[in-house]
Design a protein around this ligand. Structure first.
Ligand SMILES: Cc1ncc(COP(=O)(O)O)c(C=O)c1O
Length: 454
């Protein structure tokens, strides 16, 4: 038992390191493993995949709170909702427009159905954070690809960047196709004043998927999916949910969703407090000389200020080094880091003292830094795609690619290669890894970002 996962978790929970990361409950919303309520679908407890009792009531509650036409509880994270959403709107070979900064689950859905994905690119901000997808970009993509079956974008992004969903939804609806919004990081947005513009359900998105566990007090893996309007066939969506979601949904997780929903009904004061804490933090952070807290940029339509994005772009350290310093010297564990920024996630479960603690740590680090002229962070790679079937991709050999081979422009990626987090592919299967892609990955690796290739 000494080295068990459980004992390691218990030990970690007593180290005093503060979680400026997911899950949103910040380990501050109850305790102990709840064996006493862990059941299966026994009489009286409904069935997630064919809900008409107590689970249906929870879904209706979620729809009412989020002001959506219909809602679905998810216990396999936003991932299963995204897989089901994409699978329900497009069939093998269909074209679909997706933002290149989408999460890997969107790409996996395209891969499974062998969809013809057409990418739209967000602009790159000065801080190295991807900006919003503009309605003009979506319009141009729809003009170029009028037979696309849907558009998929992420809003807010991991870093908090919000797109103009109303205008983008209008573009999609003028073509009678649905807009799917991956709002995995935005389940709190409806309840915050800074998140109102661009909130996807009220802005006309047809399917919205959101992870409760990321930004609200709910257990890891809990999420919701919302379907609005008539462009999406709900039966088709439900069919794919039952394909991608476990047939043994955890009642512990589902009750955590229910508890979170009940909390949301009376959460006004908690969100007002979060906003107060954030506004004091942002005001103080204006005084930092080298580090910059990013919450606006010409490339952002709007921003979710609960994500504290700390830019190191004008300093002599990387985001990864900043994250390490905060962990080792100040016992603050952040959510993620990239070469030019690090990200702290805050929620209504954070006490006011935490915001002060973070500021004072940043203030001390800031004093020790040297300023540096910021060089522009490169835009996301746009690798050339070779149309291949999954079988053809599977038959590609695995090699350790050298720079010279990449420069030849002849090598096709067998895998998704992405930095994790954030889980956004740099190249996808079937794309050529050229010199730009190679150098981009080397640059990320050098700054300490961790990589996955699957
Ligand atoms: C933008 C985005 N979408 C979807 C997901 C998947 O969400 P989940 O972990 O709830 O399955 C993630 C996970 O981090 C994400 O960052």
């Amino acid at each position: 038992m000494k080295n068990s996962l459980y004992s390691a978790l218990k030990k970690h929970s007593q180290t005093g390191t503060y979680p400026l990361h997911m899950p949103g409950h910040k380990r501050n919303f109850g305790s102990a493993l709840p064996y006493d309520i862990d059941i299966t679908e026994i009489y009286g407890f409904d069935d997630l995949h064919s809900a008409d009792g107590i689970i249906k009531e929870c879904c209706l509650k979620a729809a009412e709170i989020y002001k959506s036409d219909s809602a679905y509880m998810l216990v396999n994270g936003s991932t299963c909702g995204i897989l089901a959403a994409v699978s329900s709107v497009a069939h093998r070979g269909d074209k679909i427009i997706i933002a290149r900064n989408c999460h890997k689950s969107v790409y996996n859905a395209c891969m499974l159905s062998e969809l013809d994905a057409r990418y739209i690119y967000p602009p790159m901000s000065k801080s190295g954070i991807c900006g919003s997808i503009s309605p003009e970009t979506v319009r141009a993509a729809l003009t170029e690809c009028p037979t696309a079956k849907a558009v998929v974008i992420t809003s807010p992004t991991y870093e908090g960047v919000v797109s103009d969903i109303s205008s983008i939804a209008r573009e999609c609806h003028s073509r009678k196709i649905p807009l799917i919004v991956d709002s995995a990081h935005g389940s709190h947005m409806r309840f915050c004043s800074f998140g109102k513009s661009g909130e996807p359900i009220s802005s006309g998105a047809d399917i919205v998927i959101t992870s409760l566990h990321k930004t609200l007090p709910s257990l890891t893996q809990t999420a919701l999916a919302f379907v609005n309007g008539e462009l999406v066939n709900r039966k088709q969506f439900e069919k794919f949910l039952s394909v991608f979601e476990t047939s043994s949904p955890s009642y512990v997780l589902m009750s955590s969703i229910d508890r979170c929903l009940d909390f949301l009904k009376v959460s006004e004061k908690s969100f007002a407090n979060l906003e107060k804490n954030l506004s004091a933090f942002y005001k103080r952070a204006d005084k930092l000389n080298n580090l910059k807290i990013v919450c606006s940029d010409p490339t952002f339509f709007s921003f979710d200020k609960s994500k504290i994005a700390i830019s190191t772009a004008n300093t002599n350290i990387s985001g990864v080094e900043l994250m390490k310093k905060l962990r080792e010297d100040f016992r603050l564990e952040l959510e993620m880091a990239y070469p030019t920024y690090a990200l702290a996630m805050t929620t209504i479960c954070d006490e006011p003292a935490v915001f002060k603690q973070l500021y004072s740590a940043l203030e001390q680090i800031d004093k020790s830094l040297k300023s540096k002229t910021c060089t522009a962070f490169p835009s996301l790679p746009k690798p050339m795609k070779i149309r291949m079937t999954n079988a053809e991709i599977d038959s590609l050999p695995i090699i350790d690619l050298t720079k010279e081979q990449a420069a030849s422009g002849k090598y096709i990626s067998k895998h998704f290669v992405y930095a994790y987090p954030p889980g956004i592919p740099i190249v996808t299967p079937g794309e050529i890894i050229g010199l730009f892609e190679y150098d981009y990955m080397e640059m990320l690796k050098k700054s300490g970002v961790s990589f996955r290739s699957v």
